[in-house]
Write a protein that binds this ligand. Structure first.
Ligand code: SME
Length: 151
């Protein structure tokens, strides 16, 4: 993966249309094509205290995840990035796609609160290293600056 190119393309996507639905849709596609060995890449949105599935690429996924549940809900409850090298070792992991072996979830903030999470899954155990995680953290930082949550 070319991290610089990936972040540049992400910026272009958000500059072209900052509306969160359009941006998240194209950013899901960008993650899926730029990162090797993924089976799911996308977003969950916080609505009425629950996570609801948003734009993504991959197999149909769980629609609602309560805060505090699974990897995504834990990222929201703790407001911390979750890097899970082996999902089978994560208590309460929610298996939407049985192919998933490792996962990263990054909280996305708006108005001082977690408004969404970025979630990526891999069929390879231990797929995500510090470098991958840092790039996803940087993507989310730029999303927090650029994305429009209106409408
Ligand atoms: N594995 C996640 C659920 C979402 S899917 O990975 C798309 C979790 O435990 O929260």
């Amino acid at each position: 993966m070319n991290e610089e190119l990936f972040l540049k393309q992400a910026e272009e996507i958000m500059n072209a249309e900052p509306w969160y639905v359009a941006s998240m849709s194209n950013l899901s596609a960008l993650m899926m094509q730029s990162l090797e060995e993924l089976n799911w890449a996308g977003f969950y949105l916080v609505r009425d205290g629950m996570l609801v599935v948003g734009p993504f690429q991959g197999k149909p996924a769980c629609i609602r995840i309560p805060a505090g549940k699974g990897v995504c809900g834990t990222a929201v409850a703790q407001d911390r990035i979750q890097v899970v090298p082996d999902v089978h070792q994560f208590p309460g992991h929610i298996a939407c796609d049985s192919a998933s072996e490792s996962e990263v979830v990054v909280p996305i903030h708006h108005g001082g609160r977690v408004a969404a999470v970025l979630d990526i899954d891999s069929p390879v155990r231990g797929r995500f290293n510090e470098k991958n995680t840092a790039v996803l953290g940087e993507l989310v930082r730029r999303m927090e600056e650029k994305i429009s949550w209106e409408g």
